[in-house]
Design a protein around this ligand. Sequence first.
Ligand SMILES: CC(C)(COP(=O)(O)OP(=O)(O)OC[C@H]1O[C@@H](n2cnc3c(N)ncnc32)[C@H](O)[C@@H]1OP(=O)(O)O)[C@@H](O)C(=O)NCCC(=O)NCCSC(=O)CCS(=O)O
Length: 376
Amino acid sequence: MLLTPDQEAIRDAVRAFAQEQLWPHAPRWDREHLFPKEAHAGLAALGAYGICVPEEDGGAGLDYLSLALVLEEIAAGDGGTSTAISVTNCPVNAILMRYGNAAQKKKWLQPLAQGQMLGAFCLTEPQAGSDASSLRTTARKEGDGWVIDGVKQFITSGKNGQVAIVIAVTDKGAGKRGMSAFVVPTDAPGYTVARLEDKLGQHSSDTAQINFDGCRIPAGNLIGQEGEGYKIALGALEGGRIGIAAQSVGMARSAFEVAVAYAKERQAFGQPIFEQQAVGFRLADCATQLEAARQLIWHAASLRDAGRPCLKEAAMAKLFASEMAERVCSAAIQTLGGYGYVNDFPLERIYRDVRVCQIYEGTSDIQKLLIQRALV
Ligand SMILES: CC(C)(COP(=O)(O)OP(=O)(O)OC[C@H]1O[C@@H](n2cnc3c(N)ncnc32)[C@H](O)[C@@H]1OP(=O)(O)O)[C@@H](O)C(=O)NCCC(=O)NCCSC(=O)CCS(=O)O
């Protein structure tokens, strides 16, 4: 698949930024668990917060394929940063673009797209991960607004974000059609960061448990129609999964490039180890897997851009890319031997960062379930 000159230009601009402003600092952000505010400001200036948001709503007005390119490049610079940007673009922006009314777009989508706000997506709960229909968080009408009560779990940017899309039960007896979507500012009374998760990787992006304790929001913060929340969430996850797949390729590509450079330098048995067939073939396998994943992602993104169904293709892209990424990072570590295992080199960090791609926005098993359903 070929990119247009515009797509190449956006990819190259974000690549240059990521290599100069993210990659050199990522080890420190990882060590110090630091949210890189300045890097986010730079990405916002590049338009990365609102890639697919129409220009009239403050975004870059680009397509999903461009979003995939941007996320691959940001992830090649730093995994955690790519996750925060990914969640803001999709599901958060995507939901407001598709279901938001004019007032909601002006109040929330515009500042998100322009990078003045970072978005969070509150679907998962302590007891409801893969089984997203078993939510317990409720929203009840009170006076001229809604009151939300419950707990949301593993929320990217739950602390650093300014606005969250929250899926809550509004009609207990109506099952999947009894959930609704809301836009909630994170400074609303009753929105509390209950804990920050101490994670294996992705330390530059926060993952929070959020308590909604009598959290009151105006009636106008309901997104779409009452009862549409589950459908809104699942539809947005489809696009989000293309983003996570692109992040997986970005992180794996960085690990692969470190391994290639090392293999060309490192001498053993009188020659660079790159010339040893065992190492050269391993790297050839990695290059092939990376390209295969990228093509699956570009295919799914192109279908979405064409307005065609892509649930199966997005699931395939996420499944293959996230599992490929762990394999490639492991092969990269193997290529560096002991140096791959210590933090003088970036591989152990990328290996930790990439692991969650097989879990968040739908585990590998959920992707297989979606693919299996599409075969029926
Ligand atoms: C496991 C599941 C796939 C099960 O799904 P269901 O069988 O419960 O859903 P359906 O009955 O098929 O669909 C319900 C409803 O939604 C509509 N729908 C479904 N998919 C789409 C779509 N892609 N686009 C548009 N609409 C869609 C469908 O037509 C139905 O509508 P009607 O009622 O007929 O009108 C599912 O539960 C699932 O995906 N589980 C995984 C959840 C998940 O990925 N969680 C991760 C959340 S994010 C996270 O991890 C936090 C990290 S971060 O901060 O992002």
